[in-house]
Structure formats: C-alpha cells, structure tokens
Design a protein around this ligand. Structure first.
Ligand code: GLC
Length: 614
C-alpha cells in the first residue's frame, strides 16, 4: 500500500517524494521517516519542487509503488497520477492478451525520450489549472491568459444539477437568442471536454455523477415509433426536468427518437467508456469502473458493436449523422470518426473489464476485433502520396484473394482536389472506405482520435501532423479547426446533404471551423511531441473566441466569420479551450485521454499479400 504521509504531505504531492527516496540506497523502513523529516525541516513545497525538478523524468516514471502498480495491473488498469509518462500509461498489453510474441518496430524518438522536457517548459508543478477556481492556484505557474478566468466562469454557469448534485453541463448558455432548440440539454459528446477540464482541475464529482446518471438512463426503454432500440444505446443528450408541485427533479433523455433525422448516437456509448477510463486514470479510483453496473454498462454498449452478423469488415457500419456530425453529410457506411472512437473505446474497455463470467468472453471478442480493426484501418483508410499514386493506377474488376484493389475503388472517383492537397510528406486517414467507395475528405476528429488512441502507428501519427502543418491555411486558417476538408458544393451538396440549408459550403458540418476541436488537436500535438503546433492554434483562438462570445462554429474558407446559425457561449468551445490550455501547461494530463501503442503493429503489409495473413 502507498505510504500514508498525512494531509500536509499530500498537499505538496506525496507522489513526488516516494520516488526520490526510492533512489536512495536505504532500506525502505527508513524512507518514510526520512520523508517526513525532510518535509518538516528545511523545505517549503516550492523549494522542494525546485530541488526535485532535475529528477522530474524519474519522478514521472516512478510515481507509484511497485506493489500498487502490480495490484492495479492485475485488474487490467494502471493508475496514473497527473504526473505520469506515456510509458506508464500502457494499458493491458494486447500482445499479452493475444499471447503473441512482441514485434519490435522502428519508431522515431518517443514522447518520453524527446519531449517531456520540451513540453514541461510551462509545466505547473501542481498539475492543476490556474485561475478562478478554488482548487487552482496561480503560484509557480506561467502568466495565465485572462480568457481562462472568463472560461472557468462560463463553464461553471453551464453546470446542471440534479437533486442538488452536479451531473453535467448545458450545450450552450446563449442569452442572446430565444431559439433554444435542444442546446439546453446535456449532450454526452459535448460534456467530454467539460469533464476533462474538471478532472484536470481535480474536480471529479461532476464527472462521476454524470457517468452514473447516464448509466441509469441506458436502462430506460428506447423506441422510435414501434421499433425498440438496442439495450446498450446511450443517450445523445438529457435534460433535468423539475416538477414544481412534487418538488422533485427527473431526467428526460433523448436516444435519437426526437433528434433531427431520428438517428441514434453511436458515438455516445464510446465517449462514455472513454470518459470512464479518463475518470479512473485521473482519480486512481478503481471502485467506479469495477461496480457491476459499470461493468454491465460497458458490456451492453459493446454487445451492440461486437455481435456477429453479415459484416465482412471489422469496421462498424452505421447511418449518416450518428456522431458529432449529426445531420446528413455523406458520413454513412464506415466513417472515420466512428471507427477511431470504436477503436479507442475497445481499448479503454479492455483495460477496465473484469475477466469474470461473460467479462472474459467480451475481452476475447474485443481482442480479436482490435487486431482486425487496426489492420484494416492502418492499411485501407491510410492515404499518403505513395498510396494515392497506387490508387490512381489501380486496376478494377479484380477477383479472388490476389486482388490489390480489394474494394474495387474506381480511380476516376478520386476528386481533383486530393492531388493538389496531398503533400509529398504527410498523410491522413480518409473519411470512409466501403465497397467501391472511398471518401477522400479529411476529418479532424477521426484523425486526432486516431493519434490519441494509437490507432495510427507512430509514423502515421507523425504524418498526420506533417500534413496539418503543410496544409495549415486550408485546415486551420484563421480559426482552428475545420471539421472536415474540403466542403461539398453545387450538385454534390444537393445530392449528398439533401439540399441542407444549414450545411451550405464552408459552414457548420460542411467545412465549418469548430473551436471545440482545439482540445483534440492539442492532445494529438502533445502525443506526437509537437506542442508548438497547438500553441499556434491556441494563439488564434485567444485572438477571437472571447471577443466573439465563444461561438459554436465559424464559417468561410478561412474560418473568418462567426457561423451563420452558431450558438454563442457554446460550452464545448469554452471547455475545449480550457482543456487545451491545461494540456499545454501540464502535458502529463495527456494520460487521461491517450493510449500507448498496442505493440501489435506489424510492418505495413501490401494489400495483395494481406489475405493469407488474416
Ligand atoms: C450540434 C452538433 C452536435 C452537438 C450539438 C450540441 O447539433 O452538430 O455535434 O452535440 O449541436 O452542441
């Protein structure tokens, strides 16, 4: 068990002392008294941090006693405090689960080796954010931007309470319009950046309550007309309704049955699992994810995706508008956003599921699916200069296992813009791959989540960042970040969106710029050791977002105009900014929302050679 050093030591950060002492050539019984002696004698906490900073690399690696770590590992999860290295964050090793020999792959300098020092230039030793919150302190920190105080205030104004407990944040608190629509609800996907901001600030209660409330909602009966939805479906959003007569609150959820287009949110369940892991990682509290309710909730979500059927691909087939892009936008079939979230949720669940009863069976299914899914995505969704050239030269109508052009993609269907867009260095996961179908559009969320989850190999992650730098004007322009690139226009817009007036060219989901995506971009930058890219994006946000009252999205080729129908005081724009700032301030927060490489990586196999190995 960890040594109990009492509240005084805890405020300084008990995790810092133990590892330092463990390097001293002393038998461990002496270390705990020595620790206390050190604390009570010479050093103030600030001095202690100064003294210990040269050892920060070691501290990050050795922040848990080996016994604690092994206890947690035996439960399939590693505890990581807010000071941790990516090497500590390695979840249940897929290799072990599959019982395969490890394949050593060549990779560039890892995050640990290269960038902790670069990244921690602005580290806050307290691992908390600054400003306007009882738990944060500006001491020992770089000068905070005044926007952060405003952002915390606005985030707190959006908090929703159920019977006195905080359970989420409203999608928007826009007093400039009467047109509320459904922005007065707590959206599962929208709450994720709020939750991360609260976790990074040491406020985990709201996240725990949210996870438990949405889990209860999963249990309710969901119908669209006379058709019943699967048990595992998680709500898109919920609302707290107050009964003034009985003086009680109750929750009303939407599972897609009242949403535009009547589509169930496939992403909600994945975000729920990802958030459960973030909560567990951040707090070290294993008791929540281990409850029979949470274990069951995860299994129900996954049973919707892991059921055997007619599928010939390991990717998840879904309807248009089932995620952040919740309107018809030609993202049906196998959209990258869902595949990346699916992969990440599978890996998070693998780290949290208990191998008992049906848990074991679920773990086996996940492991096999991950193996096939990563192979499929890394090979068939990946596009770079070389791959584009190969597709350009594809033969069609190939039969049998020797086919190179497996999905019969017609080279004529490659849009002209891709040839100009694709740099010689760089690449990305395309929007969709299906029979005779390749959607070449670049989507921000799918590519960033691919990096965070390590669905992208280290080389692919670097290439995604290279492309982003190369195509900065197109993908970032004046406001981070384009939801997708390029937009649909003219005839294509009419056919693909069904003439949607909200999704006109360079607006909203059709090439609009969404400030919320800043946090995902920042996480990807930190994971790949390129924080300077995120800092550039943050500068752009800081030059406008507050002045424009935190809009939901911006329009135009450069993202210069506040979106036609954008809400103001959109909560995830606010929370996304806070998360990005806190990630840059203390990059070790990345552990909450990042997964280390799964070590299953194989060298990229040529399409023609892949069949015998699958
Ligand atoms: C819009 C977005 C959706 C978001 C919702 C609430 O419908 O498309 O992704 O969850 O607003 O902010």
């Amino acid at each position: 068990m960890p040594i109990r050093l009492g509240p005084f030591v805890r405020t300084i950060n008990k995790k810092l002392l133990r590892p330092i002492l463990s390097f001293l050539p002393l038998p461990s019984p002496y270390k705990s008294p020595l620790c206390l002696l050190l604390l009570f004698s010479h050093f103030s906490s600030e001095e202690f941090f100064l003294l210990s900073s040269p050892f920060s690399h070691l501290l990050r690696r050795r922040s848990w006693s080996s016994q604690t770590v092994s206890e947690m590992e035996s439960l399939g999860l590693r505890a990581v405090g807010s000071h941790c290295s990516l090497s500590e964050m390695d979840d249940l090793d897929l290799n072990r689960a599959l019982d395969r020999p490890r394949l050593k792959i060549e990779r560039k300098r890892s995050f640990d080796e290269r960038s902790m020092s670069e990244l921690s230039r602005h580290d806050s030793p307290r691992g908390r954010s600054v400003l306007d919150t009882p738990l944060s302190s500006a001491r020992n920190s770089f000068e905070p931007h005044p926007m952060m105080a405003e952002a915390w205030e606005a985030l707190r104004r959006s908090m929703v309470f159920f019977r006195g407990l905080p359970v989420g944040t409203l999608a928007a608190v826009d007093n400039t319009t009467d047109e509320v629509l459904n922005y007065d609800q707590v959206f599962v996907r929208d709450f994720v950046p709020s939750a991360l901001a609260f976790l990074m600030n040491g406020e985990s209660d709201i996240v725990k309550h949210f996870l438990l409330k949405t889990l209860q909602l999963q249990d309710s009966e969901k119908r669209v007309d006379r058709f019943k939805l699967g048990k595992g479906v998680m709500p898109a959003s919920f609302k707290v309704s107050h009964d003034p007569i009985r003086e009680t609150d109750h929750l009303v959820a939407d599972f897609g049955e009242t949403a535009i287009g009547r589509v169930a949110p496939v992403d909600s369940g994945f975000w729920w699992i990802i958030l459960l892991r973030a909560y567990t990682k951040s707090t070290g509290d294993l008791t929540l994810s281990e409850t029979p309710e949470c274990q069951k909730g995860m299994k129900l979500i996954l049973s919707l995706c892991l059921a055997e059927g007619f599928d010939t691909f390991p990717t998840l087939l879904c309807a248009d508008g089932c995620s952040m892009i919740d309107r018809r936008m030609g993202v049906y079939g196998y959209p990258i956003e869902i595949q990346a979230l699916f992969y990440m949720a599978l890996r998070c669940a693998l780290a949290m599921l208990k191998p008992d009863g049906d848990g074991r069976e679920c773990i086996e299914k996940i492991t096999k699916r991950l193996h096939a899914l990563s192979f499929h995505m890394r090979n068939y969704f990946w596009l770079d200069y070389q791959q584009l050239n190969d597709i350009y030269r594809y033969k069609t109508e190939e039969y049998s296992h020797t086919a190179v052009n497996k999905f019969n993609v017609m080279p004529d269907s490659i849009p002209d813009w891709v040839f100009d867009f694709m740099p010689l260095r760089g690449g990305y996961f395309v929007g969709n791959v299906g029979p005779a179908h390749m959607d070449f559009r670049w989507f921000a969320l799918g590519n960033c989540v691919s990096i965070m989850s390590s669905l992208a190999t280290p080389d692919q992650s670097m290439a995604i960042m290279d492309l982003l730098e190369h195509r900065w004007d197109e993908l970032v322009g004046e406001m981070p970040l384009k939801i997708c690139y390029p937009c649909l226009e003219g005839h294509e817009w009419r056919i693909v969106t069904g003439c949607d007036p909200k999704n006109t060219r360079w607006s909203y989901h059709n090439g609009g710029s969404w400030p919320v995506l800043l946090w995902q971009l920042t996480a990807a930058c930190i994971k790949t050791g390129r924080p300077q890219i995120a800092r550039r994006a943050v500068d752009l946000i800081e030059s406008r977002l507050h002045r424009d009252c935190w809009p939901e999205y911006y329009d135009g080729k450069l993202g210069r105009y506040v979106g036609k129908q954008a809400r103001k005081y959109q909560t995830w724009s606010i929370a996304g900014y806070l998360v990005a700032k806190m990630l840059l301030e203390d990059p070790s927060h990345i552990g909450m929302i990042s997964l280390e490489e799964d070590k299953l990586m194989k060298p990229v196999i040529k399409r023609s050679a892949s069949w015998p190995q699958l």
